[in-house]
Design a protein around this ligand. Sequence first.
Ligand SMILES: [Zn+2]
Length: 79
Amino acid sequence: MALLNYRDLLAEQPIQEKDLAGDAEIIDDGPTGAIAVEYRRCGDESCHCMTGDEKHGPYNYRAKWEDGAVKKEYLAKTE
Ligand SMILES: [Zn+2]
């Protein structure tokens, strides 16, 4: 745990939208990571999201750097 915190202190740059999925939008940013919102297609061919542009979501998650990769931690769905 201490090692992880140490890495966090060395944290590279803040998360940017280009580091996330194409349509993710960062809505908050802070020392513990960026809060992003994303809409997604589920992959089910029969689902409306695959044919139209109305996707599922929003999915909120916290994104931060961990070992050089973006780690996502999904948050409770807001409705
Ligand atoms: Zn779907």
